[in-house]
Write a protein that binds this ligand. Sequence first.
Ligand code: IVH
Length: 678
Amino acid sequence: MTGTLANGPAARASELRELLNRASHEYYVLDAPALSDREYDVLFRELQDIERASPELRTHDSPTVRVGAAVQSHLAKHTHIAPMLSLANAFDDGELQAWQDRLVRIGGRDVTESGYAVELKIDGAAVSLTYEDGVFVTGTTRGNGSIGEIVTENLRTVRDVPLRLLHDAPRGRIEIRGEIYLPFDRFEAMNESRVQAGEPVFANPRNAAAGSLRQLDPGITATRPLRFFGYSAVADDASILPFRTQWELLEQLASWGVPVAPHRLRCKALGDVFEWAHRIEHTVRGSLNFAIDGGVVKVDRLALQDELGVIGGREPRWAIARKFAPDIAETKLLDIRVNVGRTGALNPYAMLEPVEIGGVTVKLATLHNEDLIRRKDLRIGDVVQVKRAGDVIPQIIASVPEKSEPRGEPWRMPRKCPSCGTNVEKDEEEVAMYCPNVGCPGRQLEGLVHFASRGAMDIRGLSYSRIDQLIQAGLVHDAADLYSLSKDQLLELEGYADKGATALIAAIEASKTQPLSRLLGALGIRHVGAMAAQILARHFGTLDAIASATQAEINDVRGMGNIIAEGITGYFGNPAANTLVGKLRAAGVNFSEPRQVAAGGALAGKTVVITGTLPTLSRNQATELVERSGGRITSSVSKTTSFLVAGEEAGSKLEKAKTLGVEIIDEAELRNRIGHSP
Ligand code: IVH
């Protein structure tokens, strides 16, 4: 464990205090954690144990007597209506059982009769959102638990933070608490574009979320795809809160339009909690698109929660975090190798001494680029901390210098492409080095692997080694060649039986119907990641429209910029791309994007007509807003129209709406209904 063993409990306690205080500064203030959560928890407990045995050793600066970290100086402060608490941890069923036993000793049979609400423990940054008469007025970080930092404008940029609560919002002031997080896919895409833009990458989604939240410029926060899950609500006057249990609270949040994390469950008995936690840890966790570090078990009845109270002003007695096995481990960095990406970018990656993280053996980790290796000062032979979270490729957080002596030389990128030997080049604006050879076999292989990957055309069974084999056999040169493969051709290759060959051909065939956004992303156009592909596909609708769009037209699309516009026009201006597109078309691959309708949005089930010139929104923007909230846009007013959004110089549609008695609203009211500020 970190730190050496000191003599006597007093010395050890002071050492632990220092270690923990430093760790929480690194975590909360610097957004650069040096200890894993698990290590922190273990040290924290050791200190708690010492202080429990010898209370005279407890000092005012002990991390056990306060809730969070120091408040940052440059943001204004807000005093929370009620403190934002921390949670004690249970690492296994036995510890949960012990927690319940303690509760029963204090609260008697009421505890077991109340049952529990269990929720995912989102690994993000805690925030508190103040609503007055249902309107979002102030948003804050947790700060030190009693006083938070005001980050209202930043929180307004978080797309799923409701700016106004829907349906029967309580009159008066309430604070909704929850967690700001970054979905894994958004995080990856964001880091990818940061690499392309020559900006430093974020170590993990949690730090990226916390850092984004405390930006002084909300414009920057707005570019970070943050999301929110709510899990609690408090009020000065609790009688305005229309719920009696934690479960009802969650349901109420959801019906106010506050996102609530999935997989929550109401449990009658602790045995159900055990089962839930096992299921989440072993089958659900890996498939989530956001990081969790456990589950939270809460006594369901709120009145009973009040009776059970809080320990030391810090942790509620009535709730506990059920922590999962850590997803960080230490191992040795055996080697740094370089792979040629589909765009020619040279990607360094780490060969690790195999180590088990969260039930999976990890041997490789991504290293992004030379710059990152230099900044983290990773050297071959170092002991490194490796993190794996959900489906994310394992990453090296840092090397552990005190365990890495003697150290090797700083690492340098090779000057020749490891696949074809061509001299590599550095794009002036980018951090990455490139192999400029378009025919480089390494590039072709990676291009196809990307094309078939889960986030792209999702061709099941077309693994890296199978693609390599197809290229080696001369059967496939580009993505379109996949669609002319026959079962007989596969059967001639090593390792294919009838069933496998049939399944692969079927999977390739099925991929033809993927939406345009997938196909566009699958083409591997420089600077066009999954997110950009989706925006472009939704905007233009067809591949032909994208291929013939001008740079200015692409640039005008919300969320797109020059770099992406150049990437697109550069790609489609290339004859080789046109040949490929022609072959894909001939193979019958789908080139269009279905219209998206959000389920369960504020306008779900509503049919909306827009007419006239709106004060700030273009027709396209208004359409997009309505559709994103689940509404359907039609062009003419009828009895089934839910409402008409009318702007300046509205003509016959307005008249018709009046005649039919269809509700007429303006842009401001539309924004209101979907919780969108200008
Ligand atoms: S309840 C009453 N519920 O975990 C205790 N917290 O370690 C207050 N967290 O500061 C928290 N998901 O930031 C609660 N479903 C959830 C949570 C959750 C994540 C975070 C929260 C809290 C920390 C405590």
